[in-house]
Design a protein around this ligand. Structure first.
Ligand code: COA
Length: 327
């Protein structure tokens, strides 16, 4: 559906905590090896929060970087959406902490919880507000601190998860310009919820009442689902827009496992040199992976203005989605 305006990506920023957790350190925690982790996941080390850091800290720094990149000040922002599954507190929203810390006006600020597809869900929401003319500048942030919900005695999960944040400033552009968000899509299938979830700490089993507040995952099952839904999302967006696969300059998938990224590219017959991967030294920081990957590839000169990006993600829920964007 065409709106009055186009939603363009005016600024991009990201932030990673300084603390590194290497495979060699994980070898001291569980029965595993650096070699196994590298070959089965592509990860060598992950960035994780220091003792005094939490999601709103990462979100704030990424948001600030995106605003600087956009050449905008906090007063210009009309709405803040933070995609996260690991807020500092169950109440209030991280977005309110970001609003206060940036010094924005008393604009709307809310969190959106759609696990690792949260950032692309936020992008779709921002797109609607901007296209319809309701808002001029929407700040969207993907920020997570999975290390606090990771069981470091479980070798099937502790090898993957990490922390960090990334952000976009989604701004009003002209419909005829051809820039910006071309199409978005999001999906869910809640029947798979128990394949990736945190049993404790919510309203069903509050923290301290038995169920652990750590991630539980059926890795093999999630792996197969991830490859299928991310590949089908790319096909869906190509069909929806009438664009061809070879028009895509960069495929930027959720950074969950290098083997998942490779399998998606392979099943789409997509050239690996046009796939952005940042997982090796960052790990999987959930809703932050896509904006961090985009920011990384902009800063190292791979992504240039005008490039056609295909962003695609999946996560616990099951949720999945994608966006085609002319940067
Ligand atoms: N070190 C050494 N061995 C390990 C291990 C580890 N860290 N983790 C699992 N293994 C073992 C298993 O116990 C199993 O042993 P067995 O054959 O004797 O039973 C063997 O390795 C294979 O296990 P499997 O689970 O099939 O491994 P895998 O190749 O699927 O890799 C994951 C495991 C978790 C890395 C992989 O399934 C994965 O990445 N899944 C997707 C998870 C994901 O994306 N989650 C985030 C969603 S946002």
């Amino acid at each position: 559906m065409n709106g009055l305006y186009r939603a363009v990506i005016r600024g991009v920023g990201s932030y990673l905590p300084e603390t590194r957790l290497t495979n060699v350190e994980i070898e001291q925690m569980v029965e595993t090896s650096d070699e196994w982790i590298r070959t089965r996941t592509g990860i060598a080390e992950r960035r994780i929060a220091g003792p005094d850091e939490a999601t709103s800290d990462f979100a704030y720094f990424a948001a600030k970087a995106a605003l600087d990149d956009a050449g905008l000040s906090p007063e210009d922002v009309d709405l803040i959406i933070v995609a996260t599954e690991t807020p500092d507190y169950l109440l209030p929203p991280v977005a309110c902490q970001v609003q206060a810390r940036l010094g924005c006006r008393n604009i709307g600020a809310f969190d959106l919880h759609a696990t690792c597809a949260g950032f692309l869900s936020a992008l779709q929401v921002a797109e609607q507000f901007v296209k319809s003319g309701v808002h001029e500048h929407v700040l969207i942030v993907g920020a997570d601190t999975l290390s606090r919900f990771t069981d470091y005695t479980d070798r099937g999960t502790c090898i993957l998860f990490a922390d960090g944040a990334g952000a976009f400033v989604v701004s009003r552009g002209e419909e005829q310009s051809g820039e910006g968000v071309i199409a978005t899509t999001i999906h869910a299938d809640g029947t798979y919820f128990h394949n990736l979830y945190i049993p404790g700490g919510g309203s069903r089993t509050p923290y301290g009442e038995g169920a652990k507040a750590k991630i539980v995952m059926d890795g093999r099952k999630i792996f197969k689902l991830a490859v299928n839904v991310m590949a089908s999302t790319v096909e869906e967006l190509l069909e929806k827009t009438g664009r061809k696969k070879d028009e895509i300059d960069w495929l930027i998938p959720h950074q969950a496992n290098q083997r998942i990224i490779d399998a998606v590219a392979e099943s789409l017959d997509f050239p690996p040199e046009k796939v952005v991967s940042t997982i090796q030294n960052i790990g999987n920081n959930s809703s932050a992976t896509i904006p961090i990957a985009v920011d990384t590839a902009i800063r190292d000169g791979r992504i240039r203005r005008g490039d056609l990006l295909m962003l695609v993600a999946f996560g616990g829920g099951l949720v999945w989605g994608g966006a085609m964007v002319a940067y």
